[in-house]
Ligand binder design. Structure first.
Ligand SMILES: [Zn+2]
Length: 429
């Protein structure tokens, strides 16, 4: 009879391994080049939505929209084609040496570069003189290093958005690894903003050559993917898991942002939780909805739409857990809105301590920094969970790759989320 426990342990380990393997295969697929960074070029987010809704169908989730897809639109500027830059004639590497912002128009040319120095900035007279010149055919280089004056720094930041020098290009020097964003892409501007790595900046930057092809899409069509598992006891009441599956897409034809941690990891965990609850032996007390959102990187667009046109009555939602970036975990997790939902936070802390899952569940206050926010603003009790750990720090750059993502505490975070949601049913029994 001694064999039995050994066999049980082996079986348990196999089940766990399969869990992690399933998540890893989802992340591999979502972060692969064929998904084009799940954004706005080459139908990246559409391909991802198709893949995820097919996955929901395989799991036999009940649909919350036709073909699991809630489709909506928003405007987005895209950079699908050529993207080349040269500093003093030396080619720069897109994504690592430089990036252009998402509102960049079509551009082609070589531009003289003038530098806005700290000396000019700190002298009102000099600044006035500098501002009065004609920059219509020049790029302005902005190096914030050594500037501590708050007013000067705020002038430099507002220059980016108001471009009162009317230059066709503004080059900002970056000391850290470049991080992309599509937030500004809701319209196309008549100038570009370039982030240039300090290491790629020549001693004296005289001219800058840029060729970029841009295409503005006034109504980018995209979908939230949503399904549910019916509750055994109270099917009219819902628990909800959300995660955004979109990412930054492509910047030019060469560079794509894989978004393995952000947020293929959360997408995989929500889908894996759907797999768990779709097995008859795990049917939950309440219904559980699994909502994979798009448009997050453009400004929580999918969550805003879903909260405005909810597939289930929001008053019937008992609790919502949003997962965004859960690929680490060596230092635990953070719960945003913990201070708003003290009882739930305390319960998660207790479950974690009782089972020794992860190092810690940190509390954080309100922050409108992910998809929980539009639901929370509509009165839905909602928290946002992300993992902590220095084992992986790539963020909004081309190195956020599945092969590098450790998924250090994937299984334990999964179990914690499962036990936490199961706890809602246990309390009511
Ligand atoms: Zn992101």
């Amino acid at each position: 009879m001694k064999l039995l426990p050994v066999i049980l342990i082996l079986l348990a380990q196999m089940a766990v391994a399969q869990n992690l393997n399933y998540a890893r295969s989802l992340i591999d697929t979502l972060a692969a080049p064929g998904m084009h960074g799940r954004g706005y070029v080459a139908e990246g987010d559409k391909i991802a939505a198709q893949f995820l809704s097919a996955e929901f169908e395989k799991l036999r989730l009940l649909p919350l929209a036709k073909n699991y897809k809630q489709t909506y639109t928003f405007p987005m500027n895209t950079l699908p084609g050529k993207l080349e830059a040269f500093a003093n004639g030396e080619r720069l590497q897109a994504g690592s040496d430089f990036q252009v912002w998402a509102a960049t128009p079509d551009m082609k040319g070589t531009y003289k570069v003038v530098t806005l120095t700290p000396q000019i900035l700190s002298d009102a007279k000099k600044l006035k003189k500098f501002s009065s010149r004609d920059y219509s055919n020049k790029f302005v280089l902005i190096d914030k290093k050594g500037i501590e004056d708050k007013k000067a720094l705020s002038i430099l930041d507002s220059l980016k958005y108001y471009n009162f020098l009317k230059a066709p290009g503004l080059i900002y020097i970056s000391e850290t690894k470049l991080t992309g964003s599509v937030m500004i892409g809701f319209k196309v501007r008549n100038y570009t903003v370039i982030d240039l790595k300090r290491e790629a900046l020549p001693k004296k930057l005289k001219d800058f050559t840029l060729e970029v092809e841009s295409e503005f899409v006034p109504q980018h069509k995209t979908s939230n993917v949503m399904g549910y598992v019916k509750g055994l006891v109270q099917p009219d009441t819902f628990l909800v898991f959300t995660a955004h599956y979109d990412h930054l897409g492509r910047m030019g034809s060469e560079v794509y942002y894989p978004g393995a941690n952000d947020n293929a990891s959360g997408t995989a965990m929500v889908t894996d939780l759907a797999r768990h609850y779709s097995q008859p032996e795990n049917q939950p007390y309440y219904s559980i909805a699994f909502i994979l959102l798009s448009g997050e990187e453009a400004g929580l667009m999918g969550a805003k739409y879903c909260a405005a046109y909810p597939p289930v009555d929001l008053k019937k939602v008992k609790f919502l857990v949003n997962l965004d970036m859960v690929g680490t975990g060596s230092e635990g997790i953070t719960m945003v809105n913990a201070t708003k939902f003290r009882d739930e936070y305390d319960r998660m802390v207790k479950i974690n301590a009782d089972n020794e899952y992860i190092l810690t569940v940190k509390e954080r206050g309100e922050s409108c920094n992910s998809d929980h926010c539009p639901f929370y603003q509509k009165g839905v009790p909602a928290v946002f969970i992300y993992s902590l750990g220095k084992e992986f720090t790539e963020y909004h750059n081309p190195d956020d790759q599945s092969s590098k993502l450790p998924l250090s505490e994937y299984n334990d975070i999964f179990r914690l989320m499962r036990d936490f949601m199961d706890g809602f049913g246990e309390k009511s029994e």
